[in-house]
Design a protein around this ligand. Structure first.
Ligand code: BES
Ligand code: ZN
Ligand code: ZN
Length: 499
């Protein structure tokens, strides 16, 4: 697949397919319009007949229309003029890509001027267009013995604005964010036998080559030496060694405090001795999506050369039931010296994050942001629409809302208070890894994590258990079943807000 910004008068191009856009009328029963003026005239009958309505994400393909140098013309709905946002553009472009694919062509030209309502939004829309194309082009079929011939499709985003510096930069940013998200999605989609902690760490090392990111990987012996009792305890039941991945990017003066991202990298979670039911257990290969998306975030930050210092920390292990597995009631000691009882071995994400957050605290960070497929309770609370996030820092909350607004990802601020902390007190150790109070399972998990974040450090925790995969029912640029790459784009925006 190749997607490029092309500075050309679109009318002079020769290409198998042309994508133009349509808008629906704000007045009921009035026909929509095609935003390409000549085609608006040529397709007047279809507009009158409501074959083209301009409805958001509607696609109508006119095969063999033979308009100028184009054989086929695809009309893609943007919705009502006053409802067009960068996110609605991302979705319309996703629909455009699917229509291009369905039409069977290998090359298409996209009439970008038909999207922009003015130069004001053009940069945002150029970024969204690049993201929409790249995110939608993602397929995961590398484990099929007979790969379905995936067509390589080139899409030229044609605009007279292509030489504008801001538009070029925005399009490039969209390309980087889309590509890094697809990279993270692949890590998530890989089954656990192909994506062990060791493979995850090696993949991060390989991907970082040439980006300026320094990657350090701690093996089991080092993890032990570093007193990461949570990560070790969870890994006890597995034949695979755990890994602790440290990615460091330096884009600012050494004196500038780093933005530290932390990810849960559970390459498979069967629940441990507190074993999960079999139905749906195969989905627990996605329990490393927080880690995968943190790796992708660091890659994107480096590729965009953001003027910040950033660190990505991924604690990675399997949670299985081998003879050495942690038993319910066992007590372990986290890196910061706090002890915890493991009253449910399936609440393991918080145990490995405890060590990672303790380590993050030692880096004297400007802010700590973590992503984890942490609780089933967040899925009950928010389904797969919003990522629930927790922070007690109001300035950071504002930044999160701003960043999510920029990325188009949906987030929802969840409560975290001292009552949740009280629920996590242990009987025989400092803490218990599960609450015996009813409900608020995501908040009590967050309260547990908070015990490992240094006093006064702005910290936000993102529970992506609901949004980490299988969100394609609502987002046309995400796979129906596979990993979504949730929060990667928001995290890059958050990083920018800490420059
Ligand atoms: N990885 C799971 C959380 C999860 C559940 C992610 C469903 C995605 C979909 C996590 O390790 C877990 O099992 N959490 C337990 C905690 C409980 C035992 C306190 C849960 O949510 O049930
Ligand atoms: Zn679990
Ligand atoms: Zn888990």
């Amino acid at each position: 697949m190749a997607f490029n910004l092309l500075h050309k008068d679109i009318e002079t191009l020769t290409c198998p397919a042309l994508v133009v856009f349509s808008k629906s009328s704000s007045q009921k029963d009035k026909p929509g319009k095609v935003t390409h003026s000549e085609l608006n005239k040529r397709l007047a009958g279809s507009l009158e007949d409501k074959a083209i309505t301009g409805k958001h994400q509607e696609t109508v393909t006119f095969r063999e229309l033979n308009y100028k140098g184009f054989r086929h013309v695809i009309v893609v709905g943007l919705g009502k003029e006053n409802e067009i946002t960068h996110e609605s553009v991302r979705q319309s472009v996703a629909a455009a890509f699917e229509a291009i694919k369905a039409s069977g062509v290998k090359e298409a030209a996209l009439h970008f001027e038909g999207i922009t309502t003015g130069k004001k939004d053009a940069a945002d829309f150029a970024k969204a267009t690049a993201e929409g194309l790249i995110l939608t082009s993602y397929v995961f079929n590398e484990l099929m013995s007979s790969k379905k011939e995936e067509k390589e499709i080139d899409v030229h985003v044609v605009t007279k604005l292509a030489t504008d510096k801001a538009i070029k930069a925005a399009f490039n940013e969209g390309v980087v964010l889309g590509t890094c998200t697809n990279f993270s999605r692949r890590l998530g989609d890989m089954p656990a036998n192909y994506m062990t902690p060791t493979i995850l760490a090696n993949t991060a090392v390989d991907a970082a080559k040439g980006t300026g990111i320094k990657v350090t990987v701690w093996d089991k012996a080092r993890i032990k030496k570093e007193k990461m009792g949570g990560l070790l305890g969870v890994s006890n039941g597995s034949a695979q060694e755990p890994r602790f991945i440290i990615m460091e990017y330096k884009g600012a003066a050494a004196s500038k405090k780093p933005v530290v991202f932390v990810g849960k990298g559970l390459t498979f979670d069967c629940g441990g001795i507190s074993i999960k039911p079999s139905a749906g257990m195969e989905e627990m290969k996605y329990d490393m999506c927080g880690g995968a998306n943190v790796i992708g975030t660091l890659l994107a930050i480096a590729k965009l050369k953001l003027k910040i210092n950033a660190v990505g920390l991924v604690a990675s292990t399997e949670n299985l039931v081998g003879p050495e597995a942690t038993k319910p009631g066992d007590v372990h000691t986290a890196r910061n010296g706090k002890t915890f009882e493991v009253n449910n071995t399936d609440a393991e994400g918080r145990l490995i994050l405890a060590d990672a957050l303790s380590y993050a605290t030692e880096l004297n960070p400007q802010v700590i942001i973590d992503a984890a497929t942490l609780t089933g309770a967040i899925v009950v609370a928010l389904g797969n629409t919003h990522t629930g996030y927790f922070t007690r820092n109001s300035a950071l909350k504002n930044k999160v809302e701003k960043a999510a607004g920029e990325s188009g990802e949906w987030v929802w601020n969840m409560p975290l208070c001292d009552f949740h902390v009280k629920d996590m007190k242990g009987t025989y150790a400092d803490l218990s890894n599960m609450s015996y109070s009813k409900g608020a399972g995501s908040a009590t998990a967050a309260a547990f994590l908070e015990q490992f974040v240094g006093e006064g450090i702005p910290w936000a925790h993102f529970d992506i258990a609901g949004t980490g995969w299988a969100v394609g029912n609502r987002l046309p640029y995400c796979p129906k079943k596979g990993a979504s790459g949730a929060m990667l784009r928001t995290f890059v925006e958050l990083a920018k807000l800490h420059a």
